[in-house]
Design a protein around this ligand. Structure first.
Ligand code: BMA
Length: 312
């Protein structure tokens, strides 16, 4: 049987972004990647030693390996009480999706005292100006990931309701919307299905392929030495995305290298998205390692799709 743990190759320059290179910064992790003109942009989850909450920074690169990280927060919600009385002090783990010419940003929202993490929708067209749109999910709901185009006239999203911090058995749901703000027609889509995602799992923005929507997911298992966060994938039907038509029973990536097994939280590889390069048949997966640093792994897009189809 083919070993799908070898499809993705870690880049030799890993970690490609390391907080060691940024005085005063404790963590740079869990990036959300997107193509922007001739650049690759990462929305980086960052934490300074001087601040209790996390922030989002923009990192830019021409080659996808060497990044310049801006030294100020891109989403300025920290310490701000914005409409609806929600105070956000921890702006991390964004999921970005380009729809037409706009980049939509989904940010888990730590609304202390209001029932745990929820999610806000914002947008940008230039990665310089962020515009808040609205809160689009009740607690507890994290990982909201938009599909990059409408399906049969409606917007679609994946998310993980009812499984915020500390809860077990978080499944992934699908819903649809006429306007990205009002959501309904909720459908359960992916339950924990293998040992590597037995405690919970979470989606990233779906990637369109001929065979279906490829969704890179994280999964959490709870071995005796604490939770392990790994990465795998599922495949959803193109026309009817509440139908799961494939899944990787093994992991595509699990914490293995020192920079993944040791850090602020040991044994974590965590994705917030990946970039397809269809012409090269490649997927570029940017991920957070041990909640500390940022890494890159690349591999064949079609082999990952095939691994889902065969349930390897
Ligand atoms: C999750 C999130 C991620 C983090 C992971 C491992 O619940 O908080 O940001 O990478 O835990 O600590």
């Amino acid at each position: 049987m083919k070993d799908i743990r070898k499809i993705l190759e870690r880049h030799p320059a890993n970690p490609i972004i390391d907080p060691e290179d940024f005085p005063g910064v404790r963590q740079m992790y869990n990036p959300s990647p997107v193509k922007f003109g001739d650049e690759i942009i990462l929305l980086v989850s960052a934490q300074r030693y001087s601040e209790p909450g996390g922030e989002t920074r923009v990192a830019r690169s021409k080659d996808g390996i060497n990044f310049t990280v801006e030294d100020k927060p891109f989403i300025n919600l920290d310490k701000t009480i914005y409409p609806y009385n929600i105070i956000n002090t921890h702006v991390i783990d964004n999921r970005v999706t380009k729809i037409d010419d706009t980049y939509y940003i989904l940010t888990p929202l730590s609304a202390n005292g209001f029932g745990g993490p929820s999610t806000i929708l914002g947008k940008t067209t230039d990665f310089e100006n962020y515009e808040l749109i609205d809160v689009i999910a009740l607690p507890q709901n994290r990982g909201i990931s938009l599909f990059p185009e409408k399906i049969n006239g409606k917007y679609y999203r994946l998310d993980r309701p009812g499984a915020g911090d500390g809860n077990r058995f978080g499944p992934i749901w699908l819903s649809s919307s006429p306007d990205l703000i009002h959501w309904g027609q909720f459908r359960p889509v992916v339950q924990p299905f293998a040992l590597w995602n037995w405690s919970k799992l979470g989606p990233t923005p779906p990637i369109k392929t001929d065979a279906g929507w490829l969704v890179i997911i994280h999964g959490v298992s709870d071995p005796c030495d604490g939770p392990h966060y790994s990465i795998g994938a599922v495949l959803l039907d193109l026309e009817d995305p509440c139908k799961m038509i494939g899944k990787t029973m093994s992991t595509l990536l699990y914490p293995q290298m020192d920079y993944e097994t040791r850090g602020i939280v040991d044994n974590v590889v965590f994705p917030c998205g990946a970039i397809p390069f269809y012409e090269k048949d490649e997927l570029h997966l940017y991920y957070g390692a041990a909640d500390t640093r940022i890494c890159l792994a690349t591999g064949s897009l079609s082999e990952i799709v095939e691994a889902c189809q065969k349930g390897l």
